[in-house]
Design a binder for this molecule. Structure first.
Ligand code: 13P
Length: 248
């Protein structure tokens, strides 16, 4: 049985004090313990949010990292630094990083390996643009992203990796993929993993959908066979909405 995972990606939102206030708001509610809840917060808030989450089951995630342990990479943060804070997850290859920060598939692959080395679970984002979808290339594009991301990654690591299928046209646009379309792509990703590894890996890998997920769309989405969770931007910034997502 795969544990459902609802992760909030706060992106570049919330100062440290705003982050702590949001966590305190979330803590006022009871969360479903059968669902793994994760908050992926800006780097500068990680330590304080870690402390604020003590005594809860909510996991902590970062939104990016470098692949080297240390070195002359001005402005970057390494997996060693995240490990010391006690980060559980790290989003890797988000489409905004691919689009605005030139994060190519080979870097995504290096970052996944670095995260796994330090027992940080990668949430690996894949997804097609609107033009690619209109040209019916979504499967081709997503398959290539998945296979390049997982190059030389052992089967044993698959259970520690989450893939987030986030069609770029659905991010922050209010246009969400239908639950059937989301499931179709998650099923396709699962098949790709099965073909690369084996049936066990295919059953183990957790796959999220992301793109304008809201409290009123989550139930339908989570009822789908191949959707194991959601990676949520906007709606994760409001405590009550995030809690409704986790308690779908
Ligand atoms: P929205 O939920 O705001 O569309 O963002 C999705 C996303 O990019 C999560 O990583």
């Amino acid at each position: 049985m795969r544990l459902p995972i609802i992760a909030g990606n706060w992106k570049m939102n919330n100062t440290i004090s705003e982050s702590l206030a949001l966590i305190e708001d979330i803590k006022k509610y009871d969360l479903n313990k059968e669902v793994e809840a994760v908050v992926c917060v800006p780097y500068i808030s990680l330590s304080k949010v870690k402390k604020a989450l003590e005594g809860t089951d909510i996991k902590l995630g970062a939104q990016n990292m470098h692949w080297e342990d240390n070195g002359a990479y001005t402005g970057e943060i390494s997996p060693v630094m995240l490990k010391e804070i006690g980060v559980d997850y790290c989003i890797i290859g988000h489409s905004e990083r691919r689009q605005y920060f030139n994060e190519l598939d080979d870097r995504v692959n290096k970052k996944i390996k670095a995260a796994l080395k330090y027992d940080i679970k990668p949430i690996v984002c894949v997804g097609e643009t609107l033009e690619e979808r209109e040209a019916s290339k979504e499967e081709e594009v997503v398959k290539e992203q998945v296979l390049k991301a997982l190059e030389n990654i052992e089967k044993e690591d698959i259970k520690n990796i989450v893939i987030a299928y986030e069609p770029i046209w659905a991010i922050g646009t209010g246009k969400t993929a239908s639950s059937d379309d989301a499931n179709k792509m998650c099923e396709f990703i699962r098949k790709t993993i099965g073909d690369k590894y084996d049936v066990e890996a295919k059953e183990d890998i957790r796959i999220q959908y992301g793109g304008s997920v809201k409290p009123d769309t989550i139930k339908d989405l989570m009822a789908k066979k191949d959707v194991d969770g959601a990676l949520v931007g906007g709606a994760s910034l409001v405590a009550r909405d995030f809690v409704s997502l986790v308690n779908y």
